[in-house]
Design a protein around this ligand. Structure first.
Ligand SMILES: Nc1nc2c(c(=O)[nH]1)N[C@H]1C(S)=C(S)[C@@H](COP(=O)(O)O)O[C@H]1N2
Ligand SMILES: [Mo]
Length: 300
């Protein structure tokens, strides 16, 4: 069984995760957060306001339903996501074809407000509902040789019109190194704004890795495989000189065709100033240690 170096308690106290609880604690103490460690928590310290439900669910990347930002909302509504088969295989104690709710139904969900940064230099703030990926991995039992987690999106040609065209090498594939997958910030999202996840956002279950560019956060997951070798993710496969395996948000490492130093916050208004992109998308305190000793310009 894989043992993460960090327990969640070491990274951040459990109560800090839940914004309602944090705000409740602020109100109860009457002094605000500034005397507590929660100050270090970005979304609280900076008072991040989530984007609207409408913004989050109408400006999407989900190429299976078309490459336009408005197409997933329009085209994904006929996808049936319940019941849902999730295949778990590779180096796990309990491989199988699970009915998703049988596997995750008893994992408690929580709300987390995360920054979300697309590699195309736009961003949002999203209140996800879900649970830590490490909880799902604990249920299936990670075996010793497993060093990476590989994810695949479902291919459903009846509703995903674009999968008949070779835009990408379907299925959309992503991967995480085991320490990234076990990290307490890494989430499986099953909802947003307290509602079931809309199809265009990756129902019934998608990955959310808030310190990485959005393409790592693979949607509508059909298969999770525990593997020895670094998986080839879709965007790296398509353009390896532009997209790597790690895809950590980094204002100092530009995309070959555009700068990553700043970003446009969706909904910020037509004349809104661009905002500075933060190292690891603002989660450096929590995740920088994962990449100690690595050259991030090489491992982009
Ligand atoms: N299966 C699949 N997952 C995907 C994508 C995709 O095209 N197909 N696009 C990625 C990209 S580039 C981004 S920015 C995010 C967008 O997530 P959102 O639409 O929920 O904001 O999904 C990611 N996950
Ligand atoms: Mo993206």
């Amino acid at each position: 069984m894989f043992k993460p170096d960090l327990t969640r308690a070491e990274v951040t106290p459990e109560w800090m995760w839940n914004r309602r609880k944090v705000l409740g604690a602020m109100a109860a103490s009457g002094t605000g957060l500034f005397a507590t460690p929660a100050l270090s928590w970005q979304e609280v310290a900076e008072g991040l306001e989530p984007n609207t439900f409408e913004q989050i669910t109408s400006y999407n990347n989900f190429y299976e339903f078309g490459t336009g930002k408005d197409e997933p909302l329009e085209n994904a509504q006929d996808m049936v996501t319940s019941p849902w088969t999730l295949v778990v295989d590779g180096l796990v104690d309990n491989p199988g074809e699970y009915e998703l709710s049988d596997l995750i139904g008893d994992i408690p969900t929580e709300e987390r407000i995360y920054r979300f940064r697309c590699v195309e230099a736009w961003s949002m703030v999203i209140p996800w509902n879900g649970f830590e990926l490490n909880k799902l991995l604990a249920k299936v039992g990670v075996q010793d040789g497993a060093r990476y987690v590989k994810f695949e999106t479902a291919v459903i040609p009846e509703v995903m019109e674009a999968v008949q065209y070779p835009i990408l090498d379907w299925p959309y594939t992503e991967g995480l190194r085991m320490d990234e997958a076990m990290h307490p910030l890494t989430m499986m999202a099953t909802g947003l704004y307290g509602k079931a996840l809309p199809n265009q956002n990756g129902a019934p279950m998608r990955l959310v890795v808030p310190w990485k560019y959005g393409f790592k956060s693979i949607k509508t997951i059909r298969r999770i495989s525990l593997v020895e070798e670094e998986p080839l993710n879709t965007w790296q496969d398509l353009a390896p000189q532009e997209y790597g395996f790690f895809a950590n948000v980094n204002p100092e490492v530009d995309h070959p065709r555009w700068s990553q130093a700043s970003e446009r916050l969706i909904g910020g208004g037509l004349f809104a100033r661009r905002q500075d992109t933060l190292m690891f998308n603002g989660y450096a305190d929590q995740v920088a240690s994962l990449y100690e000793g690595m050259d991030l310009t090489v491992n982009y």
